[in-house]
Design a protein around this ligand. Structure first.
Ligand code: PAF
Length: 279
């Protein structure tokens, strides 16, 4: 694997590959890599000649400076995992490679995606995601971008940004990778102690409670039941919501036909966990 720290070298290397018609898959990450990320690398390798992974802890998407400080950094282990997964290029820029002082920052029109769910609880987060993903896509110019469905709303936000910008890159959304017991893989799981790790299963259980009990008609009571389940298990719940799987419009009633997704974000002590399941 070739490690590159600047955009000019990255572009040169990738242009050499493009000249010989090689297809390029791209997996953007913030590091602290786990099997979920590696499954995206595998997916990219299976369908492309070249795979680029980026590791960049993007400061503009952290609305909470403490969260940015605490974000796990495991670069040596990450490089090792990427080597073993046969990733072709690792793009590893410093902050000043991605952000110039005094640069004008664009405001993206994200519609309702900006104000609901993660948007409501992490103001500015998706603007920061769009800024960096657009910069990374402009640097890599991949044929295919691979993202994990665990960040359901992020996938929709990036999809909107890419289609508003008329980008030709294809967005491939891949299934959430879970531990054997069902916990969605996340870099934040590293911050859970042994007791919390067991308690963390209540997150997927709160979603299964919805999946197993949803019926046509009013669904507000079911959301309350699921919220109560988490609260009585020691969580501070930001939201448990049921939304249209295509638009993410929040729903209080179900016609029995519309494709829905249940989404949760809740704190287990200091660690904020998110997950979702399509119903
Ligand atoms: O999901 C992430 O890890 C980040 O939000 C992303 C897409 C790499 C942008 O910084």
């Amino acid at each position: 694997m070739i490690v590159i720290k600047d955009i000019i070298t990255l572009k040169q290397q990738l242009n050499n590959n493009r000249k010989t018609n090689k297809s390029i898959g791209f997996v953007p990450t913030m590091g602290a890599l786990h099997a979920g990320h590696i499954s995206l690398i595998d997916e990219s390798n299976a369908h492309n000649d070249v795979t680029v992974c980026s590791i960049f802890v993007n400061p503009t998407q952290f609305n909470n400076p403490e969260d940015l400080k605490k974000y796990p950094k495991t670069i040596e282990a990450d490089i090792d995992k990427l080597e073993k997964a046969n990733c072709t290029f690792l793009f590893l820029p410093e902050v000043d490679e991605m952000y110039q002082t005094g640069e004008t920052i664009e405001q993206y029109n994200l519609g309702n995606l900006e104000t609901i769910l993660e948007g409501k609880y992490r103001p500015g987060h998706f603007q920061g995601v769009c800024i960096i993903v657009e910069k990374l896509l402009n640097a890599v110019e991949p044929d295919v971008l691979y993202l994990g469905r665990k960040d359901y709303q992020q996938c929709m936000v990036i999809n909107k940004m890419m289609s508003d910008k008329k980008m030709t890159t294809i967005l491939q959304i891949c299934d959430t990778v879970r531990e054997d017991d069902g916990l969605a893989m996340s870099s934040r799981n590293m911050r859970l102690n042994q007791v919390e790790r067991k308690q963390a299963l209540r997150i997927i259980e709160s979603l299964k409670l919805i999946k197993d009990n949803i019926k046509q008609g009013d669904i507000t009571e079911l959301k309350k039941r699921s919220t109560f389940f988490l609260e009585t298990n020691g969580y501070k719940v930001d939201y448990i919501e049921i939304a249209d799987a295509e638009t993410l419009a929040l729903q209080n009633e179900w016609d029995g036909k519309r494709k829905l997704v249940a989404l949760v974000a809740a704190y287990l002590n200091e660690v904020r966990l998110i997950d979702n399941i399509v119903l």
